[in-house]
Design a protein around this ligand. Structure first.
Ligand code: FAD
Length: 406
């Protein structure tokens, strides 16, 4: 029942359209820093906020931004008297839930919906049109290629997402057959709260595809990546999603997160790391260990370098940063330093971390990363008496193996 509520856009007419729901929220405090809420906070610490169906998602995000945690959601019966507040929501005077078996059951099932993953809020046939508000270069002088950080304003609709999801972009125009261009997927590089932590933006990290045509030898530029990299601020862009459940960050604050990235594969990890270290989220305080192994051709291609190094400096106990810079660093055999060489160098430490059931392994970027990881860890695993395919199977079974390569 509630999943359809989450996927709904405001103004949608459904059976729930006129319904009101009561959120029981804990952890809110009234101070000048939160949105000058005037919800009465009870001695129990709970606040009951009544929300019309069409504002459920928006209100959820606002509560989370203010440090609140929703512990139950219940439909309000029509007789419940409501008192309006300045922000358009309502406080329910009599919303203290009566714990009958029936309501208790309902409360449980709806509370679980809190972790529901938003997918396809917008679809290809009815995309959201976001406005580009920022587009800046990420490759420093001396680096190769063009990679841009592109941010869109999404405040006009109901598009929201979680770290690790992707966004589909529909480039304008038609292909060689005269058909509209197909959409392309991009990993979302911002946290669920967006780069401005106001729940109003979404950011991508896009490399312009450029290659030499194998026959004509002409330089070919990718359709969508070129469109995005050249976007002017103010441009409208058709997008849909979000999509993907494979790369989500676990809810557990004490999880350990190993991240292997090549190039723009950093995008989901930027969203993870910003959530863990830059946003002071009251509902999520990362307490585990995280480790990013980042492969790029040149040091000038280390995307988001300053911030990554800032995290390393500020949180040395919670974040390790290892670069594999193929054209500048040498591996132990004198060849180019790729991720698999760093993995092999650090095999023991990685292996030990992976034995902990709280450790999740993520890979994002170029196809072939999985075999690189295998190359780096297989021999070490076999010395421990473990066959690599069995180990991977086990991690997958435990939902600790997360791969997105393209
Ligand atoms: C889940 C997912 C997440 C992604 N995340 C990101 C991201 O965060 N950032 C990012 O930049 N990209 C990302 N991508 C890739 C992105 O979706 C596009 O594929 C990419 O931007 C290229 O699209 P394009 O329209 O520019 O290229 P197109 O115009 O579609 O050209 C691509 C085509 O060019 C041809 N081609 C490409 N290289 C060569 C070559 N060397 N020689 C000959 N032919 C070639 C191939 O036929 C290929 O299909 C992701 C992909 C997926 C599936």
């Amino acid at each position: 029942m509630y999943s359809s509520a989450l996927g709904a856009t405001s103004g949608q007419t459904t059976a729930y359209g006129s319904r009101m729901f009561v959120y029981e929220v804990v952890g809110l405090s009234q101070n000048t820093d939160n949105d000058s809420l005037d919800y009465p906070i009870r001695r129990s610490g709970s606040v009951f906020i009544t929300v019309p169906y069409g504002r459920m998602n928006q209100e959820m995000r606002r509560i989370s931004r203010m440090g609140g945690r929703i512990v139950s959601i219940q439909p309000v019966d029509a007789e419940t008297p409501l008192k309006s507040t300045s922000n358009g929501s309502s406080t329910a005077k009599v919303a203290q839930p009566q714990a009958s078996n029936q309501t208790e059951k309902k409360r449980k099932s709806m509370t679980q919906a809190k972790t529901k993953i938003p997918t396809n809020i917008y679809r290809q046939k009815s995309p959201y049109v976001g406005k580009c508000i920022e587009n800046y270069a990420l490759v420093a002088e001396g680096g190769s290629g063009i990679v841009q950080h592109v941010t869109f304003d999404i405040s006009g609709g109901d598009l929201h997402y979680l770290e690790g999801q992707s966004l589909a972009i529909i480039p304008p125009g038609t292909d060689a057959k005269g058909k509209p261009h197909k959409s392309r997927l991009y990993s979302i590089a911002s946290t669920r709260h967006g780069d401005k932590v106001d729940d109003k933006t979404i950011s991508l990290c896009v490399r312009q595809l450029e290659y030499e045509h194998p026959e004509t030898k002409e330089t070919v530029y990718g359709v969508c990546s070129t469109y995005l990299c050249n976007l002017e601020v103010g441009a409208d862009v058709a997008m849909w999603g979000p999509v993907g459940k494979e790369m989500l960050l676990p809810d557990e604050e004490d999880a350990n997160i190993i991240m292997l990235a090549t190039g723009t594969g950093i995008a989901p990890f930027r969203s993870f790391l910003w959530r863990m270290f830059f946003e002071n989220n009251p509902e999520y305080k990362f307490k585990g260990k995280s480790w990013l192994i980042f492969g790029v051709p040149y040091s000038a291609n280390v995307l988001y370098k300053d911030q990554l190094e800032e995290i390393q400096t500020k949180y040395p106990d919670n974040f390790d940063l290892t670069y594999a810079i193929s054209r500048e660093q040498k591996n132990s055999e004198g060849g180019r330093m790729y991720i698999q060489h760093r993995v092999a160098e650090q095999a023991e430490k990685l292996w030990t971390m992976l034995q902990d059931p709280k450790t999740h392994l993520y890979m994002c970027g170029l196809k072939g990363m999985e075999s690189g990881l295998e190359e780096g860890l297989r021999d070490f695993a076999s010395k421990q008496g473990v066959e690599w395919p069995d180990f991977v199977k086990q991690l997958k079974k435990e939902h600790r193996w997360h791969v997105e390569v393209y």
